[in-house]
Each structure stands twice: as structure tokens, then as C-alpha cells.
Design a protein around this ligand. Structure first.
Ligand code: NAI
Length: 498
């Protein structure tokens, strides 16, 4: 097998669409000769010209040396026919996502290239084992899963099929690094790592909206302000397009035999059916029409703040926060003041009933999610609006406030616990190493922390308590804790403990 760092390396790219073009670009800038083939007449040449133009623009903007841009452009060669691929030491397929078309291509390719050439697929959903199944030599076939747009996204998932050799996987690591990417090794399972891991935040955000707990704008604001996500889940779904994320969600849900953890809601499908795909159609979960304003995520009131509150139970940080807002804390419940509590995984109704509290005066605050920018308040169905408003008034000068309907685990606890739990499940099933799970989710989806790092930041025991409580109250096994999480929570270990 050829050394992927060899100065004279020749790489074939089949499919000159969005992904193939991006792959050809990073290969050419990595000093590799690239031969591009596409069945669409003229597509390969157009892709090569497009890359050359992009690189020369980057050079003009001072983002790369002109000689590097020119040298990279000279390394791009459109193929007149598939046979031009024959001298390549490695071929990366990025054609239509169809198993029959891909297997036909791979069986042609294996007859063309040298016996030790590597054949890689950029498929995002087809099993690498299935692509390799009918071939003479399955050991040299692997997945090399790039992300869109390739020149920007550093992550590459390397997937070994049942027969892929260690040497092939290692060669792909070398190649990925030469292309300036960060490779992670992932098992050949549906959605591989990032597309699987990304289901937690989206589906839980949709579940919260489905239950009328809060609006998409409120859910997005909580995930941005309290967990540091650059975009909220609805903003991200609108950006990628519901026509992309709904089919991926359904595919992964069905592939895991309807595991309720991965379940979406009717609203998700409805957006697709009604053509509300997101930014590309001008309307998704938000409107992108000219002059459309984003709905506010803040609940504000003209009421006066309560001068004193009673805190039920203990929760670190709550007294400090109230002191900062200039609110007195009563030593005992006086029968009239608002009662503040910070439940874990419980809703206000369950918390009031379990503790025998006056639910009309109970206002719950999420103290697990970061409250530096925004606080989430929650009340039970029978709560007095005036009491809630007097509590909103306490916080609204110092923080943004989001008041939501009753929900076990508020917004933040629920979504974060689901993200952490799916990360734990990935570790439990050996999808990738603990380090690679976190790295891939940070690089592939821009997460501020990987899911296992998030579990540790919250505390595995806390995450476990949230999920157990939500599961008990909803009766929904969607919230069942991963066994990986349970064991580490019970033993006081890090979620990253292998
Ligand atoms: P695309 O539709 O932009 O491009 C596919 C190209 O392949 C087209 O130019 C088409 O003419 C060509 N093609 C189709 N059949 C061919 C054949 N038999 N031989 C040669 N060329 C053929 O598709 P895109 O988005 O670039 O996706 C390509 C692959 O990458 C798919 O397997 C997809 O699942 C995967 N992928 C896509 C990502 C994305 O965000 N678009 C992300 C990661 C993976």
C-alpha cells in the first residue's frame, strides 16, 4: 500500500457534487494530485475550475500564498472517463447516496485500480460493510466521512467495515491529517458518530415544543445562554434544512429499532410536508421573510418584585443570586411570600405535591443550567400569575428571564441530560473512544463541550438523577439512563472513565 504522505500521491474523487468538490479542494491543497470523475458531462471540469477560482480568491485576500493556490490548481485533473482513475493509490467516492449505485461503482473501481489501492466512501448513512459486501477484496474498503462544507469542517470520521484492515485505517488517518483534517475512528453503525449524536438535542428540543413547554425561540435562547451552544437547536435545524435533518432523524430512529431516545415529533415531519424547510424556503421554525423579527425569548413584567421569598430545599447558588438581585430570604414560609425551589428533573407539580407545598405560590428555578445570563422559571398549572410575575420582576433587571410551562427538568436540564446520555450510550456501545466522542461532537457540530465532558461538568450523578426523575414522571423510556452513566453515577466516577 502506498504511503499516504508520499510526495507523488494520486487520489481519485468520484462525484463532483458539494462533497466531492470539497474533498478535491483539500486534497489538492494538501499537495496531492487529484483526478475527479463525474457521470454528469462537464461536472468534473466545472468543479476543478470552481476550486481553482476559490483558491485564487483566497490568495487575493491574503489567506494563502499565490504560489500555493496556483500549485494546488495545477494538481486538479478532470477525468474524461472512469478508467482515468486507474493510477490512483486511493479513491474517495462521493456520489449519490444509493447502495445499488455505490456497489456498482465499487465493483468497477476494484477492477480498475492497483490491488493495493484503497477504496473509501463518503457515505453518510450506508453501512461500509454493505458497500464492500460483493467485492473481491473487502479489506481495502473503508468509510471516510467528511462534513459539509469540507474546507471549513475539520472533522473526518474513519469507519472500518468488518473486513477493513488496520493498515487501511491507519493509512486513512495519515491521509486525513495530510488534508488538514482531524480524524476519529468510528464503528460501522447507523449515522456513524456525529449524525447519531446530534439526535439528542434536536429531538428533545422538538419534544419540549411539542409539549408546549416553551417556544422554539425560548428553547434556543436557553441552550445558547445557559449551555454555550453557538446556535439553538431550532436555529440549526432551519440552517441545515428540515429536508436534510428529518430524513436523517427518521433513518437513525428506524435503524435503532425505534429506540424512544431517538424519537422525533409530528411537528418535525409536518415542517417537511408543508415545505417549511428553514432558511432555504424563507420559513421553518422561524420566519425569514423580509423584515420578519425573531420572537422574543424573554418574559418581562411590569409588576413589582417580591421583597422577600422563602426557599424550599437547598440549592447552591440560589441564595447568592437572590442577594445579587436584592431580595430577602425568609427563614420560614410566612404563608404569603413566593416559595422558590430548584428541582432536579421534577416539574413544579410533582415538587409541590411531594413536599406538601402551596403550589399556587411555588416558582421553580433551574439552578443546574448556568444562570449568568438567563434564568428559567417554571410554575405548575394552578400557580398564581401575580406570584410568578413578582418573581420574574426580581430577576429581570439582572438577567434575561424565560418563564416556561411545567416540565420535568425545565428546558436546560432535559436537553443537556439527553445530550450527555446519548454520549454515554455511544461510549457504552463502543462507537468510538471517549476522547473521540467528545472531539467529534465539538468539531462536527460545534458543541461547546463534548457530551461526556458535559456529563462531567453537570456531574454524572446529577445527570442520572435528572433522567431517572423525568423517566419516572413521564413513564417514557426515552429518558432511561444509559448503563454507562448509571454505573459511573453510582460509583462517583467521571463519565469519561473507560
Ligand atoms: P451531490 O448531489 O452534490 O453530488 C453527487 C455527485 O455525484 C453529482 O455530481 C452526480 O452527478 C455524481 N454522480 C452520481 N452518480 C454517479 C456515478 N455513478 N458516478 C460518478 N458520479 C456520479 O451530493 P453530495 O451532497 O456531494 O453527497 C455525496 C455523498 O456524500 C453522498 O453519499 C452523501 O450521503 C455524502 N455526504 C453528504 C454530505 C452533505 O452535507 N451534502 C455530508 C457528508 C456526506
Amino acid at each position: 500500500m502506498m504511503d499516504m504522505n508520499a510526495p507523488q500521491l494520486s487520489l481519485g474523487v468520484i462525484g463532483a457534487g458539494a462533497m466531492g468538490t470539497g474533498i478535491a479542494q483539500v486534497a489538492a491543497t494538501g499537495g496531492i494530485d487529484v483526478i475527479v470523475f463525474d457521470t454528469r458531462p462537464g461536472a468534473a471540469a466545472k468543479a476543478c475550475e470552481g476550486i481553482a477560482a476559490r483558491l485564487s480568491k483566497r490568495a487575493a485576500e491574503g489567506k494563502m500564498p499565490t504560489e500555493d493556490a496556483d500549485a494546488a490548481a495545477k494538481r486538479l485533473h478532470p477525468a474524461a472517463s472512469l478508467t482515468d482513475i486507474a493510477p490512483c493509490a486511493i479513491v474517495i467516492e462521493a456520489i449519490v447516496e444509493d447502495l445499488t449505485v455505490k456497489t456498482e461503482l465499487f465493483s468497477e473501481l476494484e477492477k480498475l485500480v492497483a490491488p493495493d489501492a484503497i477504496l473509501a466512501s463518503n457515505t453518510s448513512s450506508l453501512p461500509i460493510g454493505a458497500i464492500a459486501a460483493g467485492l473481491q477484496r473487502k479489506d481495502r474498503v473503508a468509510g471516510l466521512h467528511f462534513f459539509n462544507p469540507v474546507p471549513v469542517m475539520k472533522l473526518v470520521e474513519i469507519i472500518r467495515g468488518p473486513d477493513t484492515t488496520e493498515a487501511v485505517a491507519e493509512a486513512l488517518f495519515v491521509l486525513a491529517r495530510r488534508l488538514g483534517r482531524t480524524p476519529v475512528l468510528v464503528k460501522d453503525t447507523p449515522g456513524f458518530l456525529v449524525n447519531f449524536g446530534g439526535r439528542a438535542i434536536n429531538t428533545e428540543a422538538l419534544a419540549l415544543a411539542h409539549e408546549n413547554v416553551a417556544s422554539p425561540a425560548e428553547i434556543d435562547a436557553v441552550m445558547r445562554d445557559c449551555y454555550g451552544f453557538r446556535m439553538g437547536p431550532f436555529e440549526l435545524m432551519d440552517l441545515t434544512g428540515v429536508d436534510v435533518n428529518f430524513p436523517v432523524t427518521r433513518f437513525i430512529y428506524e435503524s435503532f429499532f425505534d429506540d424512544p431516545r431517538l424519537r422525533s415529533t409530528p411537528m418535525h415531519r409536518y415542517k417537511l410536508e408543508t415545505g417549511q424547510l428553514g432558511r432555504k424556503t424563507g420559513r421553518g421554525f422561524y420566519s425569514y421573510a423580509e423584515g420578519a423579527e425573531k420572537p422574543s425569548a424573554d418574559t418581562r413584567t411590569g409588576a413589582n418584585p417580591a421583597s422577600a421569598v422563602f426557599i424550599h430545599g437547598e440549592m447552591r447558588g440560589l441564595e447568592t443570586l437572590l442577594a445579587e438581585c436584592g431580595t430577602d430570604i425568609l427563614a420560614s414560609d410566612d404563608g404569603t411570600a413566593p416559595i422558590l425551589a430548584a428541582p432536579l428533573g421534577e416539574d413544579a407539580s410533582a415538587y409541590a405535591a411531594r413536599n406538601g407545598l402551596d403550589h399556587r405560590r411555588l416558582v421553580c428555578i433551574d439552578m443546574i443550567s448556568d444562570t449568568a445570563k438567563r434564568v428559567t422559571l417554571m410554575t405548575s398549572p394552578g400557580a398564581e400569575r401575580a406570584v410568578l410575575e413578582s418573581v420574574i420582576a426580581i430577576f429581570q433587571e439582572a438577567r434575561a428571564v424565560t418563564a416556561i410551562a411545567d416540565s420535568p427538568g425545565f428546558i436546560g436540564q432535559r436537553v443537556a441530560a439527553m445530550v450527555a446520555n446519548l454520549g454515554c450510550e455511544m461510549a457504552q456501545t463502543g462507537l468510538a473512544s471517549v476522547e473521540d466522542i467528545d472531539l467529534a461532537m465539538r468539531l462536527g457540530l460545534n458543541y461547546p463541550k463534548g457530551p461526556l465532558e458535559l456529563a462531567d461538568a453537570m456531574g454524572p450523578e446529577i445527570v442520572h438523577r435528572i433522567l431517572t426523575a423525568v423517566q419516572a414522571l413521564t413513564g417514557d423510556d426515552r429518558y432511561r439512563p444509559s448503563q454507562w452513566l448509571r454505573r459511573r453515577a453510582m460509583l462517583g466516577l467521571s463519565a469519561r472513565q473507560a
